[in-house]
Design a protein around this ligand. Structure first.
Ligand code: FES
Ligand code: FES
Length: 191
């Protein structure tokens, strides 16, 4: 409590770090990340849950940061695009960041142009592959009751459907789908 009924003191757990902040009760997770935590990876496109640019992972599940209040994210593990790769050695001035396999695949497959949608696409793809590994069906899964075996079972139509919440104004969809399919096929890479 802050004494001000319109604000809340909270601690967000983002990319393994505890981030204390005081926010207006109406602040979204997206704005808390961008404006309070300085994590500008998640992007604001529509601010209405329509474009997917703000997609982050909350407790490992895809979430639109613009639709979730920051106060509702307290106590949950938030992952943004800044947290999906692993720094090999922070103490080394020449340290090289290990890209997440999806980040590498987006580079190799030319999966972006301006890059504005890319953080959301990457987070969404990580969530989508996790869902597939857990057997979740999509709208185009042949047998919805059976679901899918794992991410390696996804075909082009499945990736298209599962990534359909993430829009790309540049139209880099062919590269995005290829990148997601590449990593889906590398069963161990995304687990
Ligand atoms: S900014 Fe959240 S879905 Fe568009
Ligand atoms: S790469 Fe520009 S919006 Fe997708």
């Amino acid at each position: 409590m802050t004494g001000d009924p319109t604000t809340t003191d909270l601690v967000l757990h983002v990319n393994g770090q505890a981030l204390p902040m005081t926010v207006d009760n109406r602040v979204t997770l997206l704005d808390a990340l961008r404006e309070h935590a300085g994590l500008t990876g998640a992007k604001k496109g529509c601010d209405h849950g329509q474009c997917g640019a703000c997609t982050v992972l909350v407790d490992g599940r895809r979430a639109n940061g613009c639709l979730l209040l920051a106060v509702a994210a307290e106590g949950r593990a938030v992952t943004t695009v800044e947290g999906v790769g692993a720094a090999r050695d922070d103490a080394d001035p020449d340290f090289v960041e290990d890209l997440h396999p999806l980040q590498r695949a987006f580079l190799e497959r030319d999966g972006f142009q301006c890059g504005y949608c890319t953080p959301g696409q990457i987070c969404s793809a990580i969530g989508a592959l996790t869902e597939a590994d857990e057997g979740w069906p999509s709208h185009v899964t042949a047998d919805v009751a059976d679901g899918v075996a794992d991410a390696a079972a996804l075909d082009d139509a499945e990736v298209r459907e599962r990534m359909s919440g993430n829009l790309c104004r540049c139209g880099a969809y062919a590269g995005i789908r290829a990148a997601v399919l590449d990593v889906a096929a590398q069963v161990e890479a995304h687990r």
